[in-house]
Design a protein around this ligand. Structure first.
Ligand code: NDP
Length: 237
């Protein structure tokens, strides 16, 4: 299936590493004019070295005011990938107010904020997780942010649909990015997860990127408000 994003303007958050970085590069390869937003300048430098057409924006999405100013510089966009997130794992009884606030600020509030900057037709993909729909040990706050994100996706689909803006999410299983390695590097722990995935493996970055591209593209023109598992069947069982 050929997907072209020629003439489209795209914004990807959390584009310095992992899934966001691969998505920004894939969008650029498909012809989009890509703005890559993240908070570590060194990652943006190496990204622009890899793909000179990408416009870098360095801002911490936890900072509402700084994000507002940065978005004004970006201008109108057609395609938005709300990918940035943090995963502060800790046992439920140890969760602190700071960790809770930081996670909800980045994983939920910033998605609402960045998406409000959109005004014309197009497509938004929020990067959620299987953790939005299944309880995982030490993931209380992360699971709660992703569950909130799934519902935000649905209400955005409802309210932005009349503006011809589609809003969907992808909900991956574990992917061995920097974030994935933090939680799942221990082979014994990894086995407890892969044994519950019918396909018997974690997702590759590419698996997630391909689903994001599909939901951004006009190949999914009538798909609005879905939370698409990219999980090898984990959530089906
Ligand atoms: P990575 O940690 O590899 O990359 C996350 C990127 O987001 C980094 O570039 C990071 O920058 C950036 N980022 C984080 N916080 C902020 C912030 N406050 N402001 C701006 N940029 C920020 O994560 P993944 O690629 O693995 O995750 C991408 C998405 O996929 C996330 O939404 C995650 O929840 C989701 N996901 C990941 C899974 C996994 O197993 N990896 C499984 C399911 C869902 P910096 O490095 O400078 O902090």
């Amino acid at each position: 299936m050929e997907i072209s994003f020629a003439e489209k303007r795209a914004l990807v958050t959390g584009a310095g590493k992992g899934i966001g970085r691969a998505t920004a590069l894939a969008l650029a390869r498909c012809g989009a004019k890509v703005t890559a937003l993240t908070r570590t300048q060194a990652d943006l430098n190496s990204l622009v070295q890899e793909c000179a057409s990408i416009t870098p924006v360095c801002v911490d999405l936890a900072d509402w005011g700084a994000t507002e100013a940065a978005l004004q510089e970006v201008g109108p966009i057609d395609l938005l990938v709300n990918n940035a997130a943090c995963a502060n794992l800790q046992p439920f009884l140890d969760v602190t107010p700071d960790q809770f606030e930081q996670s909800f600020n980045v994983n939920v509030k910033a998605v609402l904020h960045v998406s409000q900057a959109r005004r014309s037709g197009g497509s938004i993909v929020n990067v959620s997780s299987q953790a939005s729909q299944c309880a995982l040990r030490d993931h209380a706050v992360y699971c709660a942010t992703k569950a909130a994100l799934d519902m935000l996706t649905k209400v955005m689909a409802l309210e932005l649909g009349p503006h011809q803006i589609r809003v969907n999410s992808v909900n991956p299983t574990v992917v061995m990015t920097e974030m994935g390695r933090l939680g799942w590097s221990d082979p014994e722990k990894a086995k407890t997860m892969t044994s519950r995935i019918p396909l018997g493996r974690f997702a590759e970055v590419e698996d997630v990127v391909n689903s994001i591209l599909f939901l951004l593209s006009d190949k999914s023109n009538m798909t609005n408000g879905v939370t698409l598992p990219v999980d090898g069947g984990f959530l089906a069982c």
